[in-house]
Design a protein around this ligand. Sequence first.
Ligand code: FAD
Length: 490
Amino acid sequence: MNQKRSKVAVIGAGIGGLATAIRLARLGIPVEVFEQAAYPGGKIREFRQAGFRFDKGPSLFTLPDLVDELLDDDLKFDYRKLEVITQYFFEDGTQLTAFADVDRFAEEVEQKTGIPVSGVLDYLKQAERIYQLTAPVFIFNAFHRLQKLLTWDNLKRLLQFFRLKAFSTLHQINVKAFPDSRLVQLFDRYATYNGSNPYRTPGTLSVISHLEHQLGAYFPKQGMYQIVDSLMEQAMRLGVQFHFSTPVSQLVVRSGQLTGIRVNGLERNFGLVVSDIDIHQFYSKLLPDKRRLEKIKRTEPSSSALIFYWGMKKRFPKLDLHNIFFSKNYKDEFACLFETKTISNDPTVYVFISSKEVKTDAPSGMENWFVMVNAPANVGQDWTSLKTEVRQSILTKLNRLLDEQLEAHILFEEVLDPVKIEDQTGSFQGAMYGPSSNSPFAAFNRHANFRRDLPGLYFVGGSVHPGGGIPLCLSSAKIVAEMVEEKMKR
Ligand SMILES: Cc1cc2nc3c(=O)[nH]c(=O)nc-3n(C[C@H](O)[C@H](O)[C@H](O)COP(=O)(O)OP(=O)(O)OC[C@H]3O[C@@H](n4cnc5c(N)ncnc54)[C@H](O)[C@@H]3O)c2cc1C
């Protein structure tokens, strides 16, 4: 790598951008990060109000090793493996505890649904097998580089992959595995972990249940934003320079060569540029490209979210860190999300209460509720009336299932909707996870981590390979850093 190439601009300080900055700085490359917002973290955010702290975006932490490996020993933070992953509430009154201990979880399922212990154990074993076959190819590999992909091991994996659940939907394989609609719904829900539709996403997504149940669900001692705080501290220790409130307006390409970026009306030269911004925004604003935009638009965006943050004046011992209140009609819920682009009148409600783990997140005797329903991508719906309707459906449902009158306990409320997600993070239509996986070919259609025709340009983050969610964004950073390192050695 020559001198001109030995400086990198990272566009966006989301988790993918921060991880890339750290990895490239460790290679001895000077790194500058340009972020349009006044703070780092992108979709991972927090806010404080009236003595409460809320994690505003992600709440579930899996594969923590991918964060650990970025941090010096003294910056590694404590996180706890959850003993109870989720409390599930069904409309028929069933309450089911998803214990982290797989045997205990299988026993709980047998007790509550009659499905024998072996049913859940066999399912999770199969999910583990699919993970072992798919993760090295689809998650931890620079998938679009043929010489990396076409190893003998990967070809064997790919051959087996096609024999595994790729052409059945997640819902179909769950119906086959479990003669109980509650359990089908519970395992269908994993499609939503990357914003997809279980009635269309391939059965291979059952790997997510393996991640959560067998590799574990965790929670940082000080909440999710601790991930961003620690990565920031590490990056600054390595000399990474941050420019906040500094949007990049353009990628500069001269005679087919990448030369840098445009910020604050000025051109800055960089031999390497890593984009952590939504790929749709990249090709609509920074490097306009109609053909590529058309291709991206052909892939359906993942779902978005409507979240109510409630400071609650009371504590609720029945609830845990993660709680799910399922809808009666899951199929209708997803038809609303992906076909009519609205929210059903009985949505599944997720209640996340970080103060169950981080006592300082709420004043004594109170709780911080993050109440979320999946929402369609923003295509100009009337969000004001949708918010009012959905808030009422949520309260009716939770009051009934918890035998409470929750309105009386809400001290204050903040709301996040798809429009705000789009405005604040640049995510196309407010999608939480970039493009959805609503087709067997989704993995093949994701944008690569590099451009063969523009050497020096790389892509990380949830809208490119391998996909959305913290672990996958961290994997994209690792893939890019490995490519840059290889290039330096040449
Ligand atoms: C509500 C919600 C809940 C979620 N829950 C989970 C969860 O529980 N677990 C999980 O693993 N994942 C979850 N996710 C997904 C996860 O948050 C994302 O996949 C991940 O954080 C995306 O990171 P990223 O690297 O793609 O960057 P992003 O977070 O998308 O950040 C991109 C950054 O680029 C900046 N930017 C955009 N344009 C420009 C420009 N022109 N110049 C400079 N900067 C620019 C933006 O301001 C932003 O800071 C959730 C997401 C949301 C929204």
